[in-house]
Design a binder for this molecule. Structure first.
Ligand code: UD1
Length: 420
């Protein structure tokens, strides 16, 4: 059965939207519960398929999960060191976090290669090389990664390049390791700070998250506890861009402005009107936006690659030309062909897209190729003349909860259609 969104574009959107908890913070944290002895209770777990898939793997590892509308409880008392098969990992890039967590807990793990969004090759060499530098034996054969960390020793790890996932893997792998581990050239994303906050709340000693160097003083055990994760900065950013495109006093609630500072500064240079309150923003479109002349994606605190497709939709109808460079992933322009089907004028060469703003997009039949590309196409459909059909909605469900219901509640004409 295929699910698609049917959008009748051109509506003005107003009202209030709440931002769910961060998917990319929750994924490593859920994997990290393996390190804890006892029960961990989360209070705001979002309903995304990526989260379900992570929970499914944890269940296979004999973690007991209990979910009510209010909270998710995980009991890791009887967690088992099982081989994690391709059938489980291929749905989720974040399954790689289980490797770090299992090595931290059991000093041994076998896992198949991770799947995930098709936005580039997405190798895991930085994770594996970092494990190796601490003495972990890594053998890759028949599609599996066999790791033995019985001789793992605390020490210094310098990452060859900045990786969010590898930083998180190493934090989990070393927080129960005797001695001090120093991680250099780490990523500084807010999700890393959140993982450190979680591990520390459970008894770990992780210092420096959010800077270039993280120090981990190994502790003998982590306990259980309760935790609440911060709001998703990419969802907040998606709604902010939507507001700049077609909002009328669109209020985005419950997110941290400091996580979206770069985007907010870009939006302030366009024509939209922004009113900032404590933890919300009210945004209204105000005619045609001025094109941002040059923009490039880069690790936090710079412009996030996960908002690149959405900002491309904004630029595709802006007044002027925008040169947009994708520095993080080598294959993250799959949405360009789809936007061009809708009347956009975008040329791509290698990692650079030249977007010549057009007055209007028009409805078309388009295909999401990954999660954020899908979000960018939904935004395009919402401002286009006529009907747009966005296929492959399953990608969007990975990181947006009932997106069509939220958008309908602020005035969008969007329906989920199921086709046998
Ligand atoms: C995380 C986010 C993802 C976001 C990305 C960049 C999660 C679950 N996902 O992904 O949404 O787009 O950060 O902000 O948090 N690389 C290697 N070898 C490795 C690891 C990474 O070459 O072992 C490369 C990647 O292919 C990419 C770059 O390094 O080109 C950055 O990737 P990384 O920061 O690791 O992203 P993820 O953790 O996979």
């Amino acid at each position: 059965m295929e699910e698609l969104f049917l959008i009748n574009g051109g509506k003005i959107l107003s009202g209030k939207v709440n931002v769910e908890a961060s998917k990319n913070a929750y994924l490593p944290i859920l994997a990290g519960t393996i390190l804890c002895d006892g029960e961990v209770i989360f209070h705001n777990v979002p309903n995304f398929t990526d989260i379900h898939n992570m929970c499914e793997i944890l269940k296979r590892l004999n973690v007991k999960l209990f979910s009510s509308g209010e909270f998710l409880k995980l009991d890791t008392t009887n967690v088992k060191n099982e081989k994690i098969t391709h059938e489980l990992t291929n749905k989720l890039r974040a399954s790689i976090f289980l490797l770090g967590a299992m090595l931290g807990k059991f000093r041994q793990a076998v896992i198949s290669y991770p799947g995930g969004c098709n936005i580039g090759q997405r190798p895991i060499d930085i994770h594996l090389n970092a494990f190796k530098s601490l003495g972990v034996k890594v053998i890759e054969k028949h599609g599996y990664i066999y790791c033995n960390a019985s001789n793992m020793k605390a020490g210094k790890v310098t990452f060859s390049s900045v990786s969010v996932g590898a930083t998180e893997s190493l934090m989990m792998c070393t927080c129960l390791l005797k001695g001090r581990t120093t991680l250099c050239n780490v990523a500084k994303e807010p999700e890393i700070v959140e993982l450190a906050r979680f591990l520390n709340a459970m008894g770990a000693d992780v210092q420096g998250a959010g800077t270039d160097v993280i120090e981990i003083n190994g502790v003998p055990k982590l306990q259980g506890g309760t935790f609440k994760v911060f709001p998703d900065r990419i969802i907040a950013g998606t709604y902010l861009i939507l507001g700049a495109l077609c909002g009328q006093k669109l209020q985005i609630n419950g997110f941290k402005k400091e996580h979206n500072e770069y985007l907010l500064n870009i939006l302030k240079e366009t024509a939209c009107e922004i009113v900032e309150k404590n933890d919300n923003i009210i945004i209204s479109a105000n005619g045609r936006n001025k094109a941002c002349r040059f923009l490039e994606t880069a690790p936090f605190p710079n412009f996030p690659t996960d908002l690149q497709p959405q900002i491309m939709t904004l630029e595709s109808v802006a007044n002027g030309t925008c040169v947009l460079k994708e520095n993080v992933f080598e294959n993250r322009f799959n949405h360009v062909m789809e936007l061009n089907k809708m009347g956009a004028d975008i040329l791509v060469k290698d990692r650079i897209a030249v977007i010549s703003g057009v007055e209007k997009l028009y409805g078309a039949d388009v295909f999401a190729t990954d999660l954020r590309a899908g979000a960018g196409l939904v935004l395009a459909g919402l401002i286009a003349d006529g009907y747009t059909t966005v296929h492959n909605v399953h990608f969007i469900d990975r990181g947006y909860e009932k997106f069509e219901e939220k958008l309908s509640s602020i005035g969008a004409d969007i329906k989920r259609i199921k086709i046998e």
